[in-house]
Design a protein around this ligand. Structure first.
Ligand SMILES: Cc1cc2nc3c(=O)[nH]c(=O)nc-3n(C[C@H](O)[C@H](O)[C@H](O)COP(=O)(O)O)c2cc1C
Length: 315
C-alpha cells in the first residue's frame, strides 16, 4: 500500500535548519510538522517562531505549523497568522506531556476536557477557514480519555488526527498502547495517523502489519537518531548506503555550521550539539562512550577534536 511519511515535531530539534538539512541529505519525508507555537498570554508571535515558518526558510519543503493552546482567541490568532504566511492548515497539539504545560490545561492535559475542546473547535470552524488537524495522545491519566473526545471531533471536518499511542503521564516511558490505538480506529470517522516508536524499517513493517488501514506514519525521535530511516522505509531497504558515515558527518557538519552561526556563545552551541548527540550517538557502535566524549568537550576546540575522533574511530 502507498503511504505517507511525516516528520513529527520536536521542539528544540526539528526547526527549519534541521528540516532543510535532513531533506537535502537524506529525503524520504513527505511532510514536516513544525514544533508548536505557544503564546505567553499575549497575542504576539515570537521572532523565533516567525523565522521557523517563513516561506523563504522552508523552500521546497511541505510544512504544517502547529499551535499549543487552550484558548479559542489564541487559536484564531495563530490561524490567521499562519494563513498570512501562506499556510492552509494548522495542527493543534493535544499531546505535550510536560507538567508545566498539562497543569495549565494544555497539551495532553486538555484531553480530559471535551467541552473546552468542543468550544475551541466550534469557534475555529465558524470564525476561520483554516484547515484543522490534531495531534494528540490517548489521554493524560488513562487511555480511555480520548474515547470521550473522538465523538466531539466527529462533529467537525478535521483533516486528520495523529495519535501518539501513549498517555501523558507516561512521558516517554513504557511502551506504546497498540490496543488503545486500535480502539481509536474503531471509534472515529476521521483519518488517523499513527505515531510512536517507529525507529527502524522492521518496526515500521510491524506497525504496518498491525494496522493495515493506516497509511500515514509519523516519525519523531527516530528521525534524529537515524536520518536515513524515512528513505530506507521508502525503498524498503535494510541496508544503509556504503557512505553512511560520510553522509552522517556531512549532516553533523551542516547543522554544526548553521548553529554556530545562529547561536551566540560557545555554551549555547555546545549545548545544542550535545542534545543532538543524545540522539546521534545511537548511530555509533558505542553510543554511551560517544556521548561521554561529547559531554567532556567543554570548548569548541575540544568539541571539534572529539567529533573528529568519533568519526575516525567508526571507519
Ligand atoms: C524533545 C521533544 C520535543 C517534542 N516537541 C513536540 C512538539 O513541539 N509538538 C508535538 O506535537 N510533539 C512534540 N514532541 C512529541 C513528538 O512529536 C512525538 O509525538 C513523540 O516523540 C513520539 O513519537 P516518536 O516515538 O516517533 O518519537 C516532542 C518530543 C520530544 C522528545
Amino acid at each position: 500500500m502507498d503511504f505517507t511519511l511525516l516528520s513529527s515535531p520536536l521542539q528544540g530539534f526539528t526547526d527549519f535548519r534541521f528540516r532543510n538539512a535532513q531533506n537535502k541529505l537524506f529525503g524520504g519525508i513527505d511532510t514536516y510538522y513544525s514544533p508548536y507555537i505557544r503564546l505567553n498570554g499575549k497575542l504576539e508571535i515570537k521572532p523565533s517562531y516567525e523565522r521557523d515558518l517563513l516561506p523563504e526558510n522552508n523552500m521546497g519543503l511541505e510544512v504544517i505549523p502547529q499551535v499549543i493552546t487552550n484558548d479559542a482567541e489564541e487559536f484564531l490568532f495563530v490561524a490567521k497568522y499562519v494563513q498570512e504566511l501562506g499556510y492552509k492548515e494548522l495542527n493543534w497539539n493535544l499531546g505535550c506531556p510536560y507538567p508545566m504545560v498539562t497543569k495549565s490545561g494544555m497539551g495532553s492535559g486538555l484531553i480530559s476536557n471535551p467541552e473546552k475542546i468542543n468550544h475551541i473547535l466550534e469557534r475555529a470552524h465558524s470564525e476561520s477557514d483554516i484547515i484543522v488537524s490534531m495531534k494528540m495522545r490517548l489521554g493524560y491519566e488513562n487511555s480511555e480519555e480520548i474515547l470521550d473526545v473522538l465523538p466531539i471531533l466527529d462533529k467537525y471536518p478535521i483533516k486528520n488526527i495523529a495519535i501518539h499511542a501513549r498517555i501523558g503521564k507516561q512521558l516517554y516511558k513504557g511502551g506504546v498502547n497498540l490496543d488503545a490505538f486500535q480502539l481509536c480506529i474503531d471509534n472515529t470517522i476521521h483519518k488517523l495517523y499513527y505515531n510512536g516508536d517507529i525507529t527502524s524499517v522492521a518496526k515500521f513493517h510491524e506497525m504496518q502489519q498491525r494496522f493495515p488501514s493506516i497509511d500515514h506514519w509519523m516519525i519523531g525521535r527516530g528521525l534524529i537518531s537515524d536520518p536515513f530511516l524515512p528513505s530506507m522505509i521508502r525503498s524498503n531497504s535494510f541496508e544503509y548506503p556504503e557512505n553512511k558515515m560520510d553522509l552522517f558527518r556531512e549532516f553533523h557538519d551542516t547543522l554544526y555550521a548553521i548553529y554556530s552561526e545562529s547561536l551566540s556563545g560557545q555554551t549555547h552551541i555546545l549545548l545544542k550539539m550535545y542534545h543532538l548527540w543524545e540522539y546521534f550517538s545511537a548511530t555509533f557502535l558505542n553510543p554511551h562512550k560517544v556521548l561521554k566524549q561529547i559531554k567532556k568537550a567543554q570548548s569548541i576546540r575540544n568539541y571539534e577534536a572529539a567529533v573528529a575522533a568519533i568519526f575516525k574511530n567508526e571507519k
